[in-house]
Design a protein around this ligand. Sequence first.
Ligand SMILES: C[S@@+](CC[C@H](N)C(=O)[O-])C[C@H]1O[C@@H](n2cnc3c(N)ncnc32)[C@H](O)[C@@H]1O
Length: 266
Amino acid sequence: MSDPFQNVDAAGEEFIAAFADSMDARQSDPQMESIVATYLSKLRFAEGSVTVEVGAGAGAVTRRIAAHAEPERVMAFEPSSGFVKVARDRAKQYANITFEVADGTALPLDDNSVCNLILHTVLTHVVDPAPLLKEARRVLKADGNLVVCDADFSKASLSNSPNDPLNACARAFVDEFVTDPHIVAKMRSLMIAADFEVTEFDVQSRTIADNDQMLPWVEETAKRMFDRGEIGQELFSGLVAEYKRRAIAGTLYGYQVFATAIAKPA
Ligand SMILES: C[S@@+](CC[C@H](N)C(=O)[O-])C[C@H]1O[C@@H](n2cnc3c(N)ncnc32)[C@H](O)[C@@H]1O
């Protein structure tokens, strides 16, 4: 099955509601707040500047950008009209944000008009990142900054032991909800090929020890296995219960890696 983030509206309202909440929860994790705050601290938000987020989803990161950039403008673009509706609703208190439906390969923006452009956990969900990076290069000013922050899903794990059944769910999640789990390894060369000079590249690990942040990785994949008739109700419930048991017992060990690259037009 293909990654539902390639066409979120086709994935349906239940998916939109579930992942709007899940992305909000992910971003409120202190480790994710630190990753976003770190790259925002390296950008300039001069008076009259425009910052763009491409693939903004339900706006979890856009709201952090807007709070940091205020009062300067933040324009968010997202191909899913369902996510844009939720994003507008959740960002009502921010006077400096706009959300529009648009694909990252065709932004309704003039050449050389944008000061900062951010792609946060987007490129891992597209078949071909090159046209998005080309479009970012077109709209960015000569002294503008591109930020690409993405998960290295090839390293993600929920493993406490060899052949851990929860890790089978983590691997299934990457297979079913991610397009390119190795995007981080290719990030710098893709940016250079799109005529950027990469000025920073940093990797941060993230652990999930006592909360529900990776529970959707188990719930969503176990549900799909159940729906396909691969497992019964008992194992479906058991996998979810095992995640919750570990979270309470202090033995949960989810591991993720995020990378941030900052670049300027070459
Ligand atoms: C995992 S979500 C991340 C959302 C948001 N950046 C965040 O971190 O909360 C990935 C987003 O990429 C968007 N996306 C997928 N293909 C895209 C494309 N060609 N152009 C722009 N966005 C795209 C999806 O619609 C989805 O909202």
